[in-house]
Design a protein around this ligand. Structure first.
Ligand code: DX5
Ligand code: ZN
Length: 226
């Protein structure tokens, strides 16, 4: 996984057909997705439940790009090996999920994955200041996590602050929640390079008619290029 700061669109399968994840992943990748974002929720850290390691492992052969797993679970550490075994390329834990994010990020890297740390909208950039050398990605939530399709919360000040804090480190800034062609340019200008988008990518298309996925991805990409 070579590092670069070009814009990457990461469709969130939370907005895909839950009965057809394998085909949905193949369809969005064929239509130009750069990464695949997989939202794991536990009904405890966030008020919603999705799926766990066996589902992520089953998806692995379908993902040709980067499998980006976002854990909205607490506690995290007991599950790290299961996600390594499932084949996650990037494993992201929330800084709010427990008292030992430092240990968690070390354990994620120790298990052979890229380590991500996510911040809820109410958490300041300074919460990750001491772990920037231990991570490969900082995920700035632009919604309160738990559901797709929510409205974007402006975090551009926090994104710009993180971009300065990160400096020359090879750390991605990922934005998650309410990203579409209106909000993508704001976050890209502030310093983000990985744009997660659920509804804005999957809207209007299906496995049988995937062309809208491609149009949606191109629309977001074009909004950032201007
Ligand atoms: C929110 C999830 C997001 C979500 C994004 O809890 O982490 O990844 O699926 O969905 P949209 O793009 O619809 O806001
Ligand atoms: Zn997510």
């Amino acid at each position: 996984m070579p590092f670069d700061r070009s814009i990457k669109i990461a469709p969130s399968i939370l907005a895909a057909d839950f009965a057809n994840f394998g085909a949905e992943v193949r369809a969005v990748e064929d239509q130009g997705a750069d990464w695949i974002h997989i939202d794991v929720m536990d009904g405890h850290f966030v008020p919603n439940l999705t799926f766990g390691p066996p589902m992520v492992k089953a998806l692995r052969p379908h993902v040709k790009t980067v499998m980006d797993v976002h854990l909205m679970i607490s506690p995290v550490d007991a599950y790290i090996d299961a996600y390594a075994d499932a084949g996650a390329d990037v494993l992201t834990a929330h800084v709010e999920a427990g008292p030992h994010i430092h240990r968690t990020l070390q354990a994620i890297r120790g298990a052979g994955m890229k380590a991500g740390v996510a911040l809820n909208p109410g958490t300041p950039a300074s919460a990750v200041a001491e772990v920037l050398d231990l991570c490969d990605l900082v995920c700035v939530m632009t919604v309160n996590p738990g559901f797709g399709g929510q409205s974007f919360i402006d975090m551009t000040g926090k994104i710009a602050e993180l971009r300065t804090m990160i400096g020359d480190r090879e750390v991605h800034i990922e934005i998650d929640g309410g990203v579409d062609a209106k909000t993508a340019p704001l976050v890209a200008r502030a310093g983000a390079d990985v744009l997660v988008a659920g509804s804005a990518v999957f809207r209007g298309g299906s496995v049988e008619d995937p062309a809208p996925y491609g149009e949606n991805i191109r629309t977001i990409r074009a909004s950032v290029d201007v």
